[in-house]
Each structure stands twice: as C-alpha cells, then as structure tokens.
Design a protein around this ligand. Sequence first.
Ligand code: FAD
Length: 308
Amino acid sequence: VFDVLVVGGGPAGAAAAVYAARKGINTGVVAERFGGQVLDTLAIENFISVAETEGPKLAAALEQHVRAYDVDIMNLQRVKQLKTGDLDDLIEIELENGATLKSRTVILSTGARWREMNVPGEEQYKTKGVAFCPHCDGPLFKGKRVAVIGGGNSGVEAAIDLAGIVKEVTLLEFDGKLRADAVLQKKLASLPNVRVITSAQTTEVLGDGQKVTGLVYKDRIGDSLNTIELEGIFVQIGLLPNTDWLKTSGVELSPRGEIVVDARGETSVPGVFAAGDATTTPYKQIIIATGEGAKAALSAFDYLIRSN
Ligand code: FAD
C-alpha cells in the first residue's frame, strides 16, 4: 500500500513524487510514458534557472531527480480507473494490464494533448514551423510571418500575443465568424499587423523539407484553394485533458474535462489531489506544472498526517 501514488510522469508528476518522497513516505509513480509532453518538445527556454534545454534532456533530468529518491516508478503502464469508497478507505487505481494498486492518497497528473488539424505536412513539420504554444515558441518567430489556426479565445489570444513579436499574423477560422470574447476581438481588430480570414479550412502545411514555407486553405464559401506564404503556424484548436478514464470515478471534471482543483490542489474526492495540465489551473506550462505538483504532494502529506 502506498501513502502517495502519483498517476502520470510528466513535470507535475515528477515534482509531486520528489516532494512526497522527501517526506519519507511510501511513494509510487505510474506513468504511460515518463517525461510526458516534454519528450515531444525541442527547445525549452522558459524553465526558470535553465536558460536553454531540450525536451528529452529535461525529461531525463526529471526522471533522474525522481530516481534519486526511494520511489517505485512503474513506467509504460496505463491507468484505466480510479475507485474509492471501500471499507479500508484506500483509493484503488486499476491498470490497463488488470493489476490494482492501493494508496492512501492519489495525485492525478495525466496532463493533456493539443488537438491537431490532421492535414498533410502537420506531423512532418512539427517543431519545424508547426507550433502549439505561443508562450513557448512565439519568440522563435520574431520578425517573421505566422498563421494562427482557430478563432476561439486561445486562438485570438495567441494572435494578439504574437502580433507584438512577429511581423505579420494571419488568423484562420473555420467558421463564418470568430468565437472569442468580444473584448479580445476588439483588441485583435485594433492591431495593424493582423488579418483575419473566416470560413477558412486549412488543408495542407507546405514546406521545403526542412521547415514550413506556407499553408493551403480552402475558402469554404467560394470553394477555392488559396496559399499563404509564411514561416510559422500556431495550431490553437483545443487542448484536451487526459481525463476520459476519470469520467465514472466521482472526481469532478469541468465542462472541458479538466479536473477541478482548489488552491491546494484538492479534488472533489477526499485524498485525491491533482496537478498540471489535466487540471483547471490556468496556463499550461512546465514551470507551472512542477509548482502545482509540489503543492499537491504537500497537500497530500498534510491530509495524511490528519488521518489515521
Ligand atoms: P504531461 O507532460 O502531459 O504528462 C502527463 C503524464 O501522464 C505522462 O507521463 C503521460 O504518459 C501520463 N499519462 C497520461 N494518461 C495516463 C494514463 N491513463 N495512465 C498512466 N499515465 C498516463 N511548456 C513550457 O513551459 N515551455 C515550453 O517550451 C513548452 N513547449 C512545449 C512544446 C510542445 C510541442 C508541447 C506539446 C508542450 C509544450 N509545453 C511547454 C507544455 C508543457 O510540456 C506542459 O505544460 C507540461 O508537460 C505539463 O506537465 P504535466 O505533468 O501536467 O503533463
């Protein structure tokens, strides 16, 4: 039986495991892929105190830090269910392989994934011009031309943000109009280097083999195909939390599927805490996920010393 069982081995889970283990309590981490989204990242320049690193390098450092403590790491294991309410007050975590783990507290940190356009060229040019995070990759496109795909709040926020850095932003929205809040749309309309194209369906990412050179979109009204020359494409059509497996668990999820947490990282279920991109905490960033993971572990420890 674990005192703290962490589900997910990204930045949030790694931080939670280190903080829990440092209390001398029985700590485990179960992860489908230790490292999480960081493994898919090339340059990271905003993890404070590390001016520049690469995703796989940071992922290895996270794992090394966790392994410096007595933590039971169960990698390449997918969790499929969380159960509570048994007589012994323990929380049960059921794995895809049929095994069940029991713990006095659980920290959920299963992260999220960006929704993709699923068009030719997108996969090939990821990290070579196709980007998903303006806070992360915006500065790489200083003085260049970029497109933002998606006219919801995150797309319009991204376009406003990028307009201050890049030369020119083209925002493409599938629908006939933008869906972002009016105040954001007003701000967007005031910017001289942003143009908005509605009823536009991106159909292809173009490149020269090394990097992005443009995109093709279909005008959904006139049915014509049009090409835009540019250096970067920010896809902002949704961030999906990895929480489907929690739907029947009793842990409260927001309408977007994020785990609802309070300021201490507690969920609606006693003894169950959560941290990182899978939660309602705003701004999905590595440094935020690690901070939240540390906080959730301290909250779990606090909970443990108050229960039998
Ligand atoms: P994740 O990193 O998503 O980790 C989730 C963990 O849970 C993984 O181990 C996963 O395998 C596991 N998991 C999921 N489901 C299950 C399950 N059912 N059972 C068991 N395990 C499960 N942020 C920055 O701050 N700077 C950047 O430069 C930056 N660049 C980025 C570039 C890209 C391409 C991407 C995709 C993201 C980038 N981010 C960046 C965002 C950053 O990676 C995330 O905010 C951060 O990784 C979130 O950490 P997390 O621990 O909450 O989740």
